[in-house]
Design a protein around this ligand. Structure first.
Ligand SMILES: [Zn+2]
Length: 221
């Protein structure tokens, strides 16, 4: 059934793909993303890497893993502006788009739909599925229904060495988007996540209890 013209039109006619890599911090998400990008490059496909301009921990114009692996990239405030910035013709020729730290992009769902469904791109997305309170982070979970594949990676618990599924914040700052590395966050297993929450709650409760007894003491006077 194959006709010679099929090979010529493959790029235009082939449908896109979406692959999602999630997990806690220090699980090797960026490394895994870069490995996939590398194998796409080896297959002679043209690739662009995008990351959020919010994350300036490492070089702004490259994606760098915790273990030092590096790849040039576009640091953007949002994803939908990428096409204009990259150039429409260049965008047409692009096969694969890698997105790192995807939790920082509000237009992730819209961008992935368009890139994969309409433009036939392979989109490989890496990001945190949850924040330090294990709540859904940004729109990473919103794109699961769009995905061809979802990979959840794990790290090693910093306290016991078992598999770690969660990111624990070491400081008591409360904002969701507190960008930091091992100075601020550590990967933990379920037991150590749960234990730390109990400790935190009991500290608050004992503080409240102290306040209550002080008030009672004042009332007694
Ligand atoms: Zn542990």
């Amino acid at each position: 059934m194959a006709s010679p013209s099929i090979t010529l039109d493959t790029a235009k006619d082939s449908s896109g793909e979406i692959h999602v890599i999630v997990g806690p911090m220090f699980a090797g998400k960026t490394t895994s993303l870069l490995r996939r990008i590398e194998s796409e490059l080896n297959a002679k496909r043209s690739v662009a890497m995008l990351k959020s301009s919010k994350d300036t921990r490492y070089a702004i114009d490259s994606v760098v893993t915790h273990d030092g692996l590096k790849f040039p990239c576009w640091a953007l405030p949002d994803l939908l502006s990428f096409r204009d910035k990259y150039g429409h013709q260049a965008y047409q020729k692009l096969d694969v788009i890698g997105i790192d730290e995807a939790q920082f992009f509000d237009d992730l769902y819209e961008f992935c739909c368009k890139a994969a469904d309409e433009d036939g791109k392979t989109v490989i997305v890496a990001g945190l599925d949850g924040d330090y309170l294990r709540r859904s982070f940004g729109s990473v979970l919103h794109i699961i229904p769009l995905a061809d594949s979802v990979t959840k990676l794990t790290a090693r618990c910093e306290l016991c060495g078992k598999r770690a599924f969660f990111t624990l914040r070491k400081t008591d700052q409360r904002e969701t988007e507190l960008i930091g590395g091992s100075d601020v966050y550590m990967p933990v297993c379920r037991l150590h996540y749960a234990n730390s929450q109990v400790t935190e709650k009991s500290v608050v409760q004992s503080q409240n209890a102290k306040t209550d007894s002080l008030l009672e003491a004042v009332a007694d006077d």
